[in-house]
Design a protein around this ligand. Structure first.
Ligand SMILES: C[S@@+](CC[C@H](N)C(=O)[O-])C[C@H]1O[C@@H](n2cnc3c(N)ncnc32)[C@H](O)[C@@H]1O
Length: 296
C-alpha cells in the first residue's frame, strides 16, 4: 500500500491477475482500478458496474503490441469471435441504460478488405446492444495514400475512405435511467452532436504505445454521453488514454489491459498527466480532488 496526502494506491494479485486500485482520501471504495487481464474473460469485472465504455479494440492488422503481435493478425473469423466475446462482456458489465463507444477504422484494408465497422456493429446488435449512431472521425493528419490499384482505369481501382468511426450503442433505453450532472459546454454540445468530428490523431512515439487514440476522442465521448461521477471503462486500456480523460472529467474509471508493460505505461501516464493538470486547474476544489486521487 502506498500512502500520501491521504490517498492510497494498492497493487494486489487476485486469481493470478494484477489489479491496481486507487482510493481517494476519505473514501472506502477505490474510485479507479486498472486490471491486468483479458477483456474476453467475463469474470474480471462485476456485472452492471459500468455507465459508459469508451474503447478502441485491437484492429487485427498486425500491430506490434508488446507481446501481442501474433494475435493482432489472427484469421478474420477468429477476430470476429474475439469481438463478439468482448462485446457481450461489456454488455454484462454495463448498467441498464449505460452506453458503449467503439472506435474502429471504417474499413480494414490490410490483409484483405473487410467492413470492420459494419461487422462490429452487427455483432454488437447480435449480443444485445442497441444502436444509436456512428460518428465519423476524420484525422486530418493521416498520410496520403499512393496505392491506386488500376491508375485511371476502371479495371481495379482501389477506394479507401481514410476515416475512423465511433460506434455509439446503449443497453436497454437511450434515455439515462439515473440522471446526473453534466459538464459539457454549449459550444461543445452543438459541435459534438454533429457526428462528423475532425481532430488530429495521436503520435505512437510520443505516447510510447503502438496505437493510442488522442485524448480528445474519449474526452468528447465522456462529456457527451456520461454524467460527472459515472464509472467509465476501457477494456483495451493500452496507454490509459480513456482513464486519463475520465479522471480529468471527474468520473470513476476502470481499465483492463493484457500487457504488463502497457499497464505500467498507463499508470505512469495517469499520474504524470494528472499532476500536470494540477498546475492549471482553475478551482481549488478541482486541484484538491485530483491531488487526492493521484499524487501518490
Ligand atoms: C488499439 S490499442 C488501445 C489503445 C488505447 N486506446 C490508448 O489510447 O492507448 C488495443 C490494446 O488492447 C490490448 N489488448 C489486446 N487484447 C486484449 C485483451 N484480450 N484484453 C485486454 N487488452 C487487450 C493491447 O495490448 C493494446 O494495448
Amino acid at each position: 500500500m502506498n500512502e500520501m496526502e491521504g490517498a492510497q494506491r494498492q497493487e494486489i494479485q487476485m486469481d493470478s491477475q494484477r489489479v491496481m486500485l486507487f482510493m481517494p482520501a476519505g473514501e472506502t471504495e477505490p474510485s479507479h482500478r486498472l486490471i491486468q487481464g483479458d477483456a474476453t474473460n467475463r469474470d474480471v469485472l462485476q456485472s452492471e458496474t459500468v455507465d459508459l465504455t469508451v474503447t478502441s479494440p485491437p484492429y487485427n492488422i498486425g500491430k506490434a503490441y508488446d507481446g501481442y503481435a501474433s494475435s493482432d493478425s489472427v484469421d478474420y473469423d477468429a477476430y470476429l469471435r474475439f469481438t463478439r466475446a468482448w462485446l457481450a462482456n461489456c454488455l454484462y458489465w454495463t448498467r441498464d441504460t449505460g452506453r458503449l463507444c467503439v472506435n474502429v477504422a471504417l474499413d480494414k484494408n490490410k490483409n484483405g478488405k473487410r467492413p470492420i465497422a459494419a461487422d462490429v456493429t452487427r455483432l454488437a446488435l447480435e449480443v444485445g446492444w442497441q444502436y444509436h449512431a456512428t460518428i465519423i472521425w476524420n484525422e486530418g493528419n493521416i498520410s496520403r495514400r499512393t496505392a491506386w490499384g488500376s491508375w485511371m482505369s476502371a479495371s481495379a481501382p482501389h477506394v479507401i475512405a481514410p476515416v475512423e468511426v465511433v460506434i455509439v450503442l446503449y443497453k436497454g433505453a437511450w434515455k439515462r435511467k439515473n440522471q446526473g450532472q453534466s459538464d459539457i459546454g454549449r459550444d461543445e454540445f452543438m459541435e459534438w452532436v454533429l457526428g462528423n468530428w475532425e481532430f488530429a490523431g495521436e503520435s505512437a512515439k510520443r505516447i510510447g504505445h503502438e496505437a493510442p487514440f488522442p485524448i480528445e476522442l474519449p474526452k468528447r465521448c465522456i462529456k457527451l454521453f456520461s454524467f460527472m461521477g459515472d464509472t467509465i471503462l476501457d477494456p483495451f486500456a493500452g496507454s490509459g488514454t480513456t482513464l486519463v480523460a475520465a479522471i480529468n472529467g471527474f468520473r470513476k474509471t476502470m481499465g483492463i489491459e493484457l500487457e504488463s508493460h502497457y499497464c505500467d505505461l498507463a499508470l505512469k501516464r495517469i499520474e504524470d498527466e494528472c499532476k500536470a493538470r494540477l498546475a492549471y486547474s482553475p478551482l481549488e476544489s478541482q486541484r484538491e480532488s485530483i491531488a487526492n486521487c493521484w499524487t501518490l
